[in-house]
Unconditional design. Structure first.
Length: 308
């Protein structure tokens, strides 16, 4: 949640008035993530999170905010957008669409254990079920078509070894047939820094829905597994927690190795794109793409099965 757009105190105070949250006391940029500008905002009514959307079209933003409002209303621990007295969830601020959200308690974990992976699996399945009949769902903005387009755009910028790896993986993924797999709205970016835990070790927040969209449900589980599961015990627990709420089909089990590769490829490309084609910003976080390149190479050599 890097800061690309600077917001002044006076203009933010004026923007906040229709929300009826009292006097603006403070706001401070959040230097994490990659896509939007984020601030902690403190008013007379408490602490909130302000997001300015740098590259999201209004139609897509309407979907993302409606999704979070729906999930929060169905008991999922996610930020809820605050609507003004006219029902608007977002309004322009500093030349960008902006929304204010509830600020959830807790901290992200650096090294989750098996019990926490199990809890996350259950919440992820609950998210998929709660969003199953979401009207007007958009396609995954970084799905298969995006990977093919961006991958081929970046190929000329890579050295020979990386270009060969990328070209071969793009061809492999283009040949996969996932039409028979269950689909729905997925989070698509549920990394450790997008999940909060309270002081008692309970999952208290799921953040950052701006990669969400309709896609293969199992891709979401693969994204989580690639970031959360340091070993076999964590992977078994994650999948058990998920399957307890949404049982997995045999077709999903067969597709698992290819989907773990697809998840690694997607985040390798996201980070490569940010590194090789950066955007200017006041506080910009650029994450190392090599981790996902190496993870992809490992899955290609030793694909693992989905735990039962």
């Amino acid at each position: 949640m890097s800061v690309y757009t600077t917001v002044g105190h006076a203009e933010l105070a004026a923007w906040l008035q229709p929300l009826g949250l009292g006097e603006l006391l403070d706001h401070a940029g959040i230097a994490a993530g990659m896509q939007n500008s984020n601030y902690f905002v403190t008013t007379g009514r408490g602490r909130f999170v302000l997001t300015l959307f740098e590259r999201i079209a209004p139609a897509a933003l309407d979907f993302y905010l409606a999704l979070q409002d729906r999930l929060a209303g169905r008991g999922l621990p996610c930020p809820q957008p605050l609507a003004d007295d006219q029902g608007r969830r977002w309004r322009p601020l500093a030349g960008k669409p902006a929304a204010l959200f509830t600020c959830l308690p807790g901290q992200a974990l650096d090294k989750p254990d098996a019990d926490q992976c199990r809890a996350l699996g259950a919440v992820l399945a609950g998210l998929h079920l709660a969003a199953a009949d979401m009207p007007g769902a958009l396609a995954n903005p970084c799905g298969r078509d995006w990977c093919q387009r961006v991958g081929h755009e970046l190929l000329p910028r890579l050295d020979a070894a990386e270009a060969a790896l990328l070209a071969d993986e793009l061809a492999y993924q283009a040949a996969q047939d996932w039409l028979a797999l269950p689909r729905g709205v997925i989070h698509a970016d549920l990394f450790r820094d997008n999940v909060l835990w309270d002081a008692d070790g309970r999952l208290s927040g799921v953040l950052d829905f701006y990669f969400a969209g309709e896609d293969v449900l199992l891709l979401d589980l693969a994204v989580v597994a690639n970031d959360w599961c340091a070993g076999a015990a964590e992977l078994v627990a994650l999948c058990a927690g998920y399957a307890a709420r949404r049982p997995l089909s045999e077709a999903e089990r067969l597709a698992w190795p290819a989907l773990r590769r697809a998840a690694a490829l997607r985040f390798w490309l996201l980070r490569l794109d940010a590194k090789l084609r950066p955007r200017p910003g006041e506080v910009v976080t650029i994450k190392n793409p090599d981790h996902f390149r190496d993870l992809l190479a490992r899955f290609r050599l030793a694909p693992g099965l989905l735990p039962r």
